[in-house]
Design a protein around this ligand. Structure first.
Ligand code: IMO
Ligand code: MG
Length: 424
């Protein structure tokens, strides 16, 4: 069984927890897009582990993890994570493979990301994680990228870095009035990473082809979410990769014919970190309440996340784009105690009711949510183990979401622990 797990909102849906649960049923876990902008939190026993770049499957002994060619890899962040795992006595070597096709994030990518954000006017700010993700993907598309495989031949690497850096330093000087970065420093840093990084590097499409042929079960771990997808998200307030289902194919080099199921993860409400329109955002008091109760602070940057009602318009868009077979709904417990709960089922834009997510950024930024209001429940859900133990109003809320999204909910999460999960 090969499954793709996708964030169906703006990221931070709780993918880490579901990946952790599904890893138990898989042999191989693959990250295929994004980079260390992700923050996948897994809680087990009394431990909390946040992974940014390495697949969360690494926390399960014996599972193989793959960083696919669609990922942008910052060697510095990579080795930091490797060392942190090894410190916890988690064996990484021989179980973790990196695609030699993966583009590497260089210091100038991080610098450009930061400078661009800092110099942007308020309306143009994306609110990125400043990890260099956007500039690295931009270089990949501009054919100015440098891949892991390019480290194999040091002379070639040096040549390539030199010519790319020349161009990047021009940008730094002319646009940002920055003196530019030193070739020598970057080169010697990467020379140090080189040997160790190449020990992790393999031909991952070949590896995954053989593994799936042999009947191994692969879990594709999506990062970010569909609304952050560079093609299908709320452009330009997106990340720079394909966080929706297509990214799993191109970013790992497997054929869509090997995929059996696509699972979407949604939060029982909506959150967004970074800039960009957010039609169903809560009014200030409720925002504060949910932010605090749901601990809605970024796992990567620590920024507070904006929170709002469940937006079924964007979720329906995700269902379609990804062809979701089923959903996992997270953090339902956080909604306990509200007298009423709303679902945004359409938008009012310029006097017209629109049921579909509009591609026009202008329209989306003027969208007023049209709500359906349901009764809330008081009961604490954190100990619920079975469907029939949910309060009736919680059941109705979940059923309504299923109906609107035409997709079954198979997993309900009522807390961050592994045991706080109801399977339907
Ligand atoms: P996980 O995998 C939530 C957001 C940033 C910003 C935009 C672009 O934990 O769900 P980038 O640094 O990627 O160029 O920033 O995307 N963003 C995320 N938001 N969860 C994430 O990952 C995110 N990764 C990027 O906040 O708005
Ligand atoms: Mg996150």
């Amino acid at each position: 069984m090969n499954r793709i797990l996708i964030g169906a909102q703006w990221g931070d849906e709780g993918k880490g927890k579901i990946i952790d649960l599904l890893t138990a049923k898989s042999d191989i876990v693959v990250r295929y897009q994004g980079g260390n902008n992700a923050g996948h939190t897994v809680k087990f026993d009394s431990e909390t582990c946040v992974l940014h770049l390495i697949p969360s499957g690494i926390l399960h002994a014996g599972k193989i993890c793959v960083i696919g060619g669609g990922v942008v890899l910052d060697p510095e962040a990579f080795f930091e994570e490797v060392r942190a795992l090894e410190k916890r006595n988690i064996r990484v070597r021989g179980r973790l493979f990196v695609s030699d096709q993966a583009h590497m994030i260089f210091p100038y990518h991080k610098l450009l990301d930061r400078l661009k954000e800092e110099s942007a006017s308020e309306k143009d700010m994306i609110g990125t994680t400043k990890k260099g993700i956007g500039p690295c993907y931009a270089d990949k598309m501009a054919r100015l990228g440098i891949r892991v495989a390019d480290l194999k031949y040091l002379d070639y690497f040096a040549q390539r870095l030199e010519s790319v850096l020349k161009e990047r330093n021009e940008t730094l000087r002319k646009i940002y009035n920055h003196p530019g970065l030193s070739f020598k420093e970057i080169f010697s840093k990467f020379k140090k990473y080189r040997k160790e990084l190449l020990e992790f590097a393999i031909d991952t499409p070949r590896y995954l082809y053989d593994a799936t042929k042999r009947g191994k079960s692969v879990l594709f771990e999506g990062a970010q979410g569909t609304l952050l997808d560079v093609d299908h998200g709320t452009y330009p307030f997106v990340t720079s990769s394909n966080a929706s289902v297509g990214g799993a194919i191109t970013g790992s080099g497997v054929s869509p014919t090997v995929i059996d199921r696509v699972i979407g993860v949604v939060k029982a409400y909506t959150t967004r970190v970074g800039e960009g329109p957010f039609p169903s955002q809560f009014p200030p008091r409720l925002l504060k309440h949910i932010q605090t109760k749901g601990e809605e602070f970024g796992a990567t940057t620590g920024r507070p996340r904006r929170c709002g009602w469940f937006d079924a318009v964007i979720a329906r868009h995700s269902v379609r784009i990804n062809g979701l077979d089923e959903m996992a709904i997270m953090k339902l417990d956080i909604l306990s105690g509200l007298s009423e709960i709303k679902i945004a089922t359409a938008y009012r834009i310029g006097g017209k009711i629109r049921k579909d997510y509009p591609h026009s950024t202008y329209e989306f930024s003027h969208a007023q949510p049209v709500y359906e209001t349901m009764k809330g429940w008081k009961e604490d859900l954190s100990g619920v183990k079975r469907w029939k133990d949910f309060p009736l109003n919680a059941q109705k809320y979940l059923k309504r979401i299923e109906t609107i999204l035409e997709t079954p909910i198979k997993i309900i999460s009522v807390g961050s622990k592994r045991a706080q999960t109801v399977f339907l």
